[in-house]
Ligand binder design. Structure first.
Ligand code: AMP
Length: 285
């Protein structure tokens, strides 16, 4: 596996693939890799001749400096996992490589970025679209793979790629979970043992919502069931619960008659050490 630290190194690697007529799949990550990321690599591996990964803890998508500082960094292990999973190349740039001196260009979805998770994390999705647009331009893949766990993120990236006419496909990969249902996340490593034991409440709450969602059930009743399930777990502090139309991301209302995307987020732990976890489920009547 080629390890590239600069834009020009990864570009010349991809140019070799292209010269040989090979297709390229891209998997962007912030490192601290786990089986969720490996599912993205496997999906890209199955569809393309070459797989390029990126590891970049993107400073512009973090609101709090403490959160950026605390983000786990496990580069040697990440490289070994990517190699094992069959990636052909990985770009691991310094921030100054992606955001050159004097940088001032941003990419933003104006409506989608301000809703739901974007309301509680101002600037987060602007950071995501700004870095992903740059990575798309740097690598120039045929398709890029993102986890459905980050439900609003994938919608934002799809919209951005479509609006800016990026000549690539954005593909979603189903959420990989631990046996107890907790969605795998690099943030899980920061949970105390007690909070780790409590965290599967998010998936339980989504399942409870799905269980009461019969055709015609009021959306508000589905939401209430989810809230009550989270409230049964004293270690979880519900931060956001949004039931949305999967196409527009506008709030779903009235009776359950068309597919609904459910996004949930909760904090576990106290103070600066509190860990924000998110989960998601799409339900259809
Ligand atoms: P991150 O490193 O957290 O920025 O995630 C990089 C990519 O991996 C994103 O597209 C995520 O949606 C995806 N991802 C993270 N966790 C999971 C998971 N448990 N299952 C599937 N994809 C995931």
């Amino acid at each position: 596996m080629q390890i590239a630290r600069t834009v020009s190194d990864i570009r010349s690697e991809v140019a070799h693939y292209r010269a040989a007529g090979e297709s390229v799949g891209l998997v962007t990550t912030m490192g601290a890799l786990h089986e969720g990321h490996m599912a993205l690599i496997a999906a890209a591996r199955a569809a393309h001749d070459r797989v390029v990964a990126t590891i970049f803890v993107n400073p512009t998508q973090f609101g709090e400096a403490a959160d950026l500082e605390a983000y786990p960094r496990t580069e040697a292990r990440d490289i070994a996992m990517l190699e094992e999973a069959g990636a052909d190349a990985v770009l691991i740039p310094e921030a100054s490589e992606i955001y050159p001196e004097g940088d001032e260009t941003i990419v933003e979805t104006t409506r989608l970025a301000d809703m739901h998770h974007g309301r509680t994390r101002p600037g987060h999705f602007r950071g995501v679209t700004t870095v992903v647009a740059r990575l798309f331009n740097i690598v120039g893949p045929d398709a890029a793979y993102f986890g459905e766990k980050d439900y609003q993120q994938i919608a934002v990236i799809r919209r951005m790629a479509r609006d800016l006419h990026f000549p690539l496909e954005v593909r979603g990969v189903p959420t990989v979970r631990a046996e107890d249902g907790l969605a795998l996340s690099s943030r899980n490593a920061r949970l105390s043992p007690e909070d780790r034991a409590a965290a599967p409440v998010l998936k339980r709450a989504l399942d409870a919502g799905r269980a009461v969602a019969l055709p015609g059930t009021r959306i508000e009743d589905i939401a209430q069931t989810i809230r009550e399930t989270v409230a049964e777990e004293p270690r979880a502090r519900l931060e956001g619960l949004d039931l949305v139309d999967p196409m527009t991301f506008l709030p779903a209302t009235g009776p359950f008659e068309t597919p609904v995307g459910i996004m949930i987020s909760a904090r576990f732990g106290r103070g600066d050490d509190a860990v924000l976890l998110i989960d998601q489920m799409e339900i259809a009547p």
